[in-house]
Design a protein around this ligand. Structure first.
Ligand code: PLP
Length: 409
């Protein structure tokens, strides 16, 4: 009898999950690093990895409160953090917002999973922008739902096509996801578009999940408009956190704020709370910095203003794409990414996955292929704007070099 046994089986539902930001290319990058190569990681929006520190006041808040962080906290989060987020929503015009509408989690990532797991019956549908931040699609799929992608085309400044969304709504549709400012495109939605989305959701009794983790990262004349005050006729769950605006990705602190039709959401909110109880509590130390983060001077303003790191890096990328004969770019107006495309008239057979693999092998730059963000078009790629402007300019020099080489073959 053979002693060879079959490999341990994995759950089939995991096979349908796509999250290529940290996928096979990132694994290959690690191998190359182990062989001694320097790899420029443009694949993740991780400020700390590029030397952008969490504000010192926040670090002090955590250190001073470490002694209060040893026990499990409440599953919904510690009171001062919830209260601080509620006050932010009060200042956005929702003056009645109370701390008990706020849930703190281990980053927005965990909360996305909790709100979907508490909502979806098998086969129920969630409307998700395309391109999307792929966590949303992955979490819908993992929780038995079906992601219906609504296009946000480059020709429309990556804004949603509202008529198309309307056509995608079926009796099984439960929720509408909005990501504003958007990852990966950098689109910042004007109030008129948000109003249309809110009204559409209310008309069809859909929950709005508004992912606003980049809320204070807007460039030039772009202004962030929160969804919650526009969406009082339905249940709106808005997401924010410390990872991006406050450069504390590693602390794993995010929040979800429930507003709007709360009178019809008691059971649902209790369900989310019940699931949150299964993991006992979110990381406690970082929660002590939420109040400090949301109050007072917002240092992200220095990074997005002229002369600031994100501002200047964005300018460098816009300039590099303008100079390139291969690249088109809808200038990102928010968040910390650019989503250029390789011009189909210049390179009709361009394949984003093959290009990303070759860029990594030959130029040691790690990017994310655009189709990883759940779009069929294979001409885009995403990079983060976090490195210094000159490093990004040099990276685009190498990107153009590879495109020249490919064009010649
Ligand atoms: N939502 C969007 C749009 C993101 O880009 C990210 C991270 O990149 C997240 C959520 C996850 O954030 P967190 O670190 O709070 O889990």
């Amino acid at each position: 009898m053979s002693s060879i046994k079959a490999p341990f089986r994995t759950a089939s539902r995991v096979e349908d999950v796509r999250y290529e930001i940290r996928g096979a290319l990132a694994r290959r990058a690690r191998e190359l690093e182990q062989q001694g190569h320097d790899i420029l990681h443009l694949n993740i929006g991780n400020p700390g990895a590029f030397g952008l520190r969490t504000p010192e006041t926040m670090r002090r808040a955590v250190v001073r409160n470490l002694k209060y962080s040893e026990a499990y906290g409440p599953q919904t989060g510690i009171f001062p953090a919830r209260e601080a987020v509620a006050m932010q929503f009060q200042s956005r015009g929702l003056t009645e917002t109370r701390y008990d509408q706020v849930m703190i989690g281990n980053g927005v990532s965990e909360l996305v999973d909790l709100v979907l797991r508490s909502l979806l019956e098998p086969g129920e549908e969630v409307l998700i922008p395309a391109p999307d931040y792929p966590l949303w699609t992955a979490a819908v799929v993992l929780n038995g739902g079906r992601a219906r992608h609504y296009p946000c085309p480059a020709e429309n400044g990556f804004l949603p096509d509202i008529d198309r969304i309307r056509q995608l709504i079926t009796p099984k549709t439960r929720a509408l996801v909005v990501i504003n400012p958007n990852n990966p495109t950098g689109a910042v939605y004007p109030e008129s578009v948000l109003r249309e989305l809110a009204d559409l959701a209310a008309e069809h009794d859909l929950i709005i999940f508004s992912d606003e983790i980049y809320d204070s990262i807007c460039y030039d004349e772009a202004r962030f408009v929160p969804m919650a005050p526009l969406a009082e006729k339905t249940l709106c769950v808005s997401f924010g956190g410390l990872s991006k605006v406050y450069r504390a990705c590693g602390w794993r602190v995010g929040w979800a704020v429930f507003t709007g039709a709360l009178d019809r959401a008691d059971d649902y909110r209790l369900a989310v709370e019940k699931l949150a109880a299964l993991r006992l509590s979110a990381n406690v130390p970082g929660q002590w910095a939420v109040q400090t983060a949301l109050g007072g001077y917002q240092s992200i303003a220095d990074l997005v203003a002229p002369g600031g790191r994100l501002h200047d890096s964005r300018q460098a990328v816009i300039e590099a794409c303008r100079k390139s004969r291969f690249l088109d770019l809808v200038a990102p107006m928010g968040a910390m990414y650019a989503f250029p495309s390789v011009r189909p008239d210049v390179m009709p057979d361009f394949d984003d996955h093959r290009f990303a693999a070759e860029l990594l092998e030959h130029k040691h730059i790690l990017i994310v292929p655009g189709s990883s963000f759940n779009i069929p078009d294979r001409h885009h790629f995403r990079i983060t704007l976090l490195p210094e402007a000159e490093d990004l300019a040099a990276a685009f020099g190498r990107i153009d070099e590879l495109l020249e080489e490919l064009a010649e073959t």
